[in-house]
Unconditional design. Structure first.
Length: 116
């Protein structure tokens, strides 16, 4: 099952976006969930994750600007992105941490474009 992220778009630098990703309950309930991004010409990197007990972790580049959360009733993980910068541009994906480590289960992602 590929997890599909949504909510991307074109935004001015300094603006905000919220990404969403809904997973089948069987996957969502038992997995730590991560948000990843791939900038043009770059490798995919993890930007944030949230565990099943709501512990969070962020890449240094997004700390203080991005917030990851999960709604267990909706089997959905969110990425609130504030104070967006040009370098946040890229395709954003969600995945379980386990599947990401084995490079499987990637959906199409959602494109975030930050312009000046």
């Amino acid at each position: 099952v590929q997890l599909q992220a949504s909510g991307g778009g074109l935004v001015l630098a300094g603006g905000s976006l919220r990404l969403s990703c809904t997973a089948p309950e069987k996957i969502f309930r038992n997995n730590n969930m991560g948000w990843y991004r791939q900038a043009p010409g770059q490798q995919r990197e993890r930007v944030a994750y949230i565990t099943v007990v709501d512990m969070t972790n962020y890449a240094d580049s997004v700390k203080g600007r991005f917030t990851v959360s999960r709604d267990n009733a909706k089997n959905t993980v969110y990425l609130q992105m504030n104070s967006l910068k040009l370098e946040d541009t890229g395709v954003y994906y969600c995945n379980t941490l386990t599947r990401a480590m084995s490079d499987t289960g990637w959906g199409q992602g959602t494109l975030v474009t930050v312009s000046s």
